[in-house]
Write a protein of this length. Structure first.
Length: 379
């Protein structure tokens, strides 16, 4: 439920929890779901040991490449994502029978994704030579590579996994092709029929039930994501294929049961004041018109009631170390003779945690007491 516009990149490295990629048999996976990535390269994977159990689901990528795999074989479930003006890069497929690490616990699944490629228009700010998908395999050369520092897998030699699923995807745009590097063959493929034939020869037929629409003029598409954690917030991405100055944004499902007011900002202008508001009005509202200009992608934030969420409970101040509890002030010392906070110490005689007294203050108090005593004695 996050929105990331013009981030320097989202890199989720699925390395072991202990921080040493060579001490773990496999790298744990990551889960990435219901996010909007606008002009933000996203990388899932790691180095060294293979990465598995990665889930990339129902995300919206705009001018943002999705890269699965960095420097090690990677298993993932990539489903329900939309990618526009960029592509899916999966050149590190872990397909099984790796000499060093064997097979992943689950097959790869790439299904239900929609990838739109732009028209070739000589726009120097974008690479017109990007494929729709770039798929390859990765495996280590021998068992000696297991846990070996700086070992890197061999790319493109392993066959595609027979149990993997790469199907029921939708491709669109006016210029599109595929890249494949598997089974010892590296090729650029111009049509989906040739793509099916080439992947079948490399071990598994891909996209048998997928569809391609090469229409040059596509309608603009608007997606609204309600926020799981904040009822007063929603995120919007506009895929402005038709370069419309104004688009319709459906707010009804994002703010069910919410009344009051709403304000819509560009994601990067959330805190730019009243002048940055693109649209505002009253809730409930089914559909509202928003002027976005002719930009091909816009990411927006919708704020209800100036961000006040009635479902969020006020913070309760809780004493994490109550008096008389073990390890807390006036409570018994813990079994190791320690106390739970740095402001306490264990009094060995009473076996209780007491406040640490500043030495200088203690000395000053002792001197004051002695002065008072001598004054009484000699008065």
């Amino acid at each position: 439920d996050s929105l990331c516009e013009k981030c320097r990149g989202v890199a989720v490295h699925a390395d072991p929890d202990d921080g040493d990629e060579f001490l773990s048999e496999l790298s744990s996976g990551v889960h990435m779901e219901r996010n909007i990535l606008h002009s933000s390269h996203s990388v899932i994977g790691g180095y060294g040991t293979p990465s598995e159990l990665n889930v990339v689901k129902n995300n919206l990528f705009a001018d943002s490449e999705l890269q699965i795999g960095v420097g090690a074989p990677t298993q993932a479930e990539v489903t329900g994502n939309i990618i526009a003006w960029s592509y899916l890069d999966s050149r590190y497929l872990w397909t099984g029978d790796d000499p060093a690490y064997g097979s992943p616990s689950k097959p790869n699944v790439y299904s239900g994704n929609t990838i739109y490629h732009p028209t070739v228009d000589n726009d120097l700010s974008r690479d017109d030579d990007l494929p729709l998908v770039d798929v390859g395999t990765a495996r280590y050369a021998s068992a000696d590579d297991k846990h070996k520092p700086k070992a890197r897998p061999v790319l493109g030699q392993a066959l595609l996994g027979a149990s993997d699923t790469f199907d029921r995807n939708t491709y669109g745009g006016a210029s599109a092709f595929f890249r494949l590097h598997a089974g010892g063959v590296q090729s650029k493929i111009e049509t989906i029929d040739d793509w099916r034939t080439a992947t079948e020869a490399a071990g598994k037929r891909f996209d048998g039930a997928s569809s391609v629409s090469m229409a040059a003029n596509m309608s603009s598409v608007v997606h609204v994501i309600d926020n799981l954690y904040d009822q007063a917030r929603a995120h919007v991405v506009v895929y402005n294929f038709a370069r419309e100055e104004e688009v319709q944004v459906k707010l009804g499902d994002a703010f069910l049961g919410v009344s009051g007011t709403y304000k819509i900002y560009r994601a990067t202008d959330r805190w730019s004041g009243e002048d940055a508001i693109l649209a505002q009005g009253s809730l409930p509202a089914a559909t509202v018109a928003v002027k976005v200009g002719a930009e091909r992608v816009s990411s927006l934030i919708v704020i209800a009631n100036d961000g006040e969420d009635s479902t969020v409970l006020p913070m309760q101040m809780i004493d994490k170390c109550p008096r008389f509890d073990e390890g807390c002030v006036d409570g018994p010392c813990r079994a190791n003779g320690m106390c739970l906070t740095t402001t306490l110490k264990c009094d060995k005689e009473t076996n209780k945690c007491v406040d640490i007294v500043d030495d200088s203050s203690a000395t000053a108090n002792a001197i004051s007491a002695l002065v008072a005593l001598f004054s009484l004695l000699f008065s």
